[in-house]
Design a protein around this ligand. Structure first.
Ligand code: NAD
Ligand code: UFG
Length: 338
């Protein structure tokens, strides 16, 4: 079976490509290297012992996608390609709607034209917005999101709902990721954000490796046990494995499916920092700063549907996530540029 992975050289995509090849799938990647680098492809090849087929292709490029579906026999698609920075999306909303929403529409049109109607889509816990209380359950009403990035995810979910309503031959898996962190056990691939990281774990790792001076914890006056925000961190290897189960679902059944991919457990920012210090033995200087605009106090999943219907559940705990993030960062202090 052959799987087209859009965004396959990105953080989650690269881990998923390896998991797919290890599970015996043939992998075809479409990525425009907007937020990734060619060296990732070499590392995927090194770790999987196999060569994925690669197309340097923007998903908005209809002719480019058409060429892929003409040249390759694609059985199902995992669609990671997209822009993902919440803050940036507030400054350049049109680029986000164009890349994420228009790009997905082009992809779906080309798929339909080639009779490929199986897709796994990277959605986000952000679609639950601010009105739903954790644990978050897939059937909750979604949409009260506060930024253009989150709105692209809600809009794409709605497009997929409408597509399935129009043609029930489709098999569509919407996966709502919680907070992916960690890296491959080899320390050869991991998360490599450009510039100063926005997200917690890359920031902690860069402080530990000496690239940044100290972490600022955004607020300790939330209504949580230690006052810092609580999130459902999930190891990227667990997430990657979840995509294998989701692809199998698309190959086995038609239908419209939505799954949370989280652990079902929340950790506070302080708990993550302390776990990192404990596991790695590194110093992580931090200070308490003001709250970050838009942050919610507590976000974690109800992960029971993925377990019941996909037979998937997370296996790694917070200490593995910290140890593996550190192995990647310490062996690649300059990320993929090293
Ligand atoms: P990433 O930026 O590392 O990977 C995305 C990949 O898509 C990159 O390699 C980039 O070059 C590529 N890409 C972007 N636009 C493209 C286009 N128009 N055509 C072709 N390729 C394009 O991001 P990631 O963390 O691996 O996230 C993957 C997906 O998961 C994204 O859709 C993201 O919104 C979603 N997601 C991520 C998180 C997270 O915290 N990392 C959480 C929830 C959902
Ligand atoms: N945090 C800090 N200091 C930092 C960075 C983060 O204290 O330097 C805190 C944040 O305030 C938050 C927690 O660490 O409480 C996690 O923050 P992240 O930025 O790592 O993750 P978020 O939960 O804010 O956002 C992530 C993704 C979004 C996605 C969302 C879904 O980055 O793309 O999860 O819930 F939409």
């Amino acid at each position: 079976m052959s799987i087209l992975v859009t965004g396959g050289t990105g953080y989650i995509g690269s881990h998923t490509c390896i998991a797919l090849m290890e599970a015996g799938y043939d992998v075809v990647i479409a990525d425009n290297y907007y937020n990734s680098k060619p060296v990732v492809l070499e590392r995927i090849r090194e770790l999987a012992g196999k060569e994925p087929v690669f197309y340097n292709c923007d998903i908005r490029d209809r002719a480019g996608l058409d060429k892929i579906f003409t040249e390759q026999k694609i059985d199902s698609v995992i669609h990671f390609a997209g822009l993902k920075a919440v803050g940036e999306s507030c400054h350049m909303p049109l680029q986000y709607f164009d890349n994420n929403v228009s790009g997905t529409v082009v992809l779906l049109e080309v798929m339909a034209a080639h009779g490929v109607r199986r897709i796994v889509f990277s959605s986000s816990a952000t679609v639950y917005g601010s009105e739903n209380e954790s644990p978050l359950v897939e059937d909750m009403h979604i949409g009260s999101v506060s930024n253009p990035y989150g709105r692209t995810k809600v809009m794409i979910e709605e497009i997929l709902n409408d597509l399935y309503a129009s043609d029930d031959r489709w098999s569509i898996c919407k996966l709502r990721y919680f907070n992916p962190i960690g890296a491959h056990k080899s320390g050869r691939i991991g998360e490599d954000p450009n510039g100063i990281p926005n997200n917690l774990m890359p920031y902690i790792s860069r402080v530990a490796v000496g690239k940044l001076e100290q972490l600022t914890i955004f607020g300790n006056d939330y209504d949580t046990p230690d006052g810092t925000c609580v999130r459902d961190y999930i190891h990227v290897l667990d997430l990657a494995r979840g995509h294998i189960n989701a692809v199998q679902k698309t190959l086995a059944d038609t239908g419209l499916f939505t799954y949370n991919l989280g652990t079902g457990h929340g950790y506070s920012v302080l708990e993550v920092v302390n776990a990192f210090i404990k596991v790695t033995g590194q110093n992580v200087p931090y200070r308490i700063g003001p709250r970050r605009e838009g942050d919610l106090a507590c976000v974690y999943s109800d992960a029971s549907r993925a377990k019941a219907e996909l037979g998937w559940e997370a296996q790694y705990g917070i200490e593995d996530m910290c140890a593996d993030a550190w192995r990647w960062q310490s062996r690649n202090p300059d990320g993929y540029d090293g």
